[in-house]
Design a protein around this ligand. Structure first.
Ligand SMILES: Cc1cc2nc3c(=O)[nH]c(=O)nc-3n(C[C@H](O)[C@H](O)[C@H](O)COP(=O)(O)O)c2cc1C
Length: 300
């Protein structure tokens, strides 16, 4: 029996993965069918795909910070055609609903991705990663309410599937962006993506990461993420998927208390690939001890 519904999609629980932080295809190769029997998440979010294949950023791509990391991966992926031909047939075997994350460098590109991915029966929902510059305007789509509204309006008619808009924390007012996404037809919002950050090579004083700057994630950003989730949840009616540094059931419960319907685990899965299941179990224990919490019998 489903424990909750997210945008009409039944989920057995409220713990998802953050896009790009758990490679389910590699994990299947490493753990075999045991991965399916104890799959760590209640829905699986693919890493972000783009229209054309991308190599990603030059190395190094990671820098460890005292309470998290900075990544400069640069969205390497096979592109839409490669994803549909190679990755989708693998991901469809996962025992949970599939959310496909897409990013376009223009609204038309985003619309093309949404149309092509949205028509596949295997896909339960789409997530729009809007943390990238629109090549037509130079503005980061998700940093600006009007840009976000135009992007969501453009793609809304391309699919009947639920659209989740993934918000960037690198915005002046993420709640205003969330409200704009909702007004333009988004079914849910997820936040936070990584915060912009930088590390210098101690030997040379030059940027350590091949992409020069990167995205900070992990416990270092949790307090910021929690505040943004609370602000967004106070502003929109649609469900909010909260993430940013969650490493325990207690911390997941904080995001739910702040107004999130579901949570996502990112950086913690690098430390412990089974973190999703552990956090879900800790969250369920907390729900029982409190008597009520969003994990039991909720419909959104
Ligand atoms: C290595 C790495 C790769 C990521 N790739 C993506 C991605 O492809 N698309 C996306 O929307 N977010 C991506 N993210 C952001 C995460 O999904 C998540 O929003 C962010 O890391 C905050 O959660 P966390 O602190 O639990 O990691 C990535 C994060 C990391 C650390």
């Amino acid at each position: 029996m489903a424990a909750l519904e997210l945008c009409g999609v039944p989920l057995r629980g409220p713990v998802l993965n953050g896009s790009g932080t758990f490679d389910a295809i590699a994990a299947r190769r490493a753990f075999g069918d045991a991965l399916f029997e104890r799959f760590p998440f209640d829905a699986f979010v693919s890493k972000t795909i783009t229209l054309e294949p991308r190599q990603g950023n030059p190395p190094p791509r990671l820098w460890e910070t005292p309470a998290g990391m900075i990544n400069s991966i640069g969205l390497p992926n096979r592109g839409l055609e490669g994803f549909l031909a190679c990755d989708l047939p693998e991901l469809v075997r996962l025992p949970v609903p599939l959310v496909v994350s897409v990013m376009g460098f223009s609204r038309d590109e985003l619309a093309q991705l949404v149309a092509a991915v949205g028509e596949r029966d295997e896909v339960a929902m789409l997530e729009l990663n809007v943390s990238c510059p629109n090549v037509e305007t130079g503005l980061v789509m998700g940093a600006d309410p009007a840009e976000t509204a135009l992007a969501v309006e453009r793609v809304r008619s391309e699919t009947a599937k639920p659209l989740v808009v993934k918000l960037t924390p690198n915005a002046t007012d993420p709640a205003a962006v969330a409200a704009a996404a909702e007004g333009a037809g988004a079914d849910a919002v997820s936040l936070v993506n990584t915060l912009k950050g930088m590390a210098l090579d101690p030997e040379t004083g030059e940027p350590w990461l091949g992409g020069r700057t990167g995205g900070v994630s992990g416990p270092a950003i949790r307090a910021i993420a929690l505040e943004q989730v609370a602000a967004v949840a106070g502003r929109v009616e649609i469900p909010v998927i909260g993430m940013g540094g969650i490493a325990s059931g207690r911390q997941a419960a904080d995001f739910i208390d702040a107004g999130a319907t579901a949570v996502a685990i990112g950086t913690e899965s690098f430390r412990d690939p089974a973190a999703g299941r552990r956090i879900a179990a800790e969250l369920a224990d907390l729900s029982l001890s409190r008597g009520t919490r969003a994990t039991s019998s909720m419909t959104v």
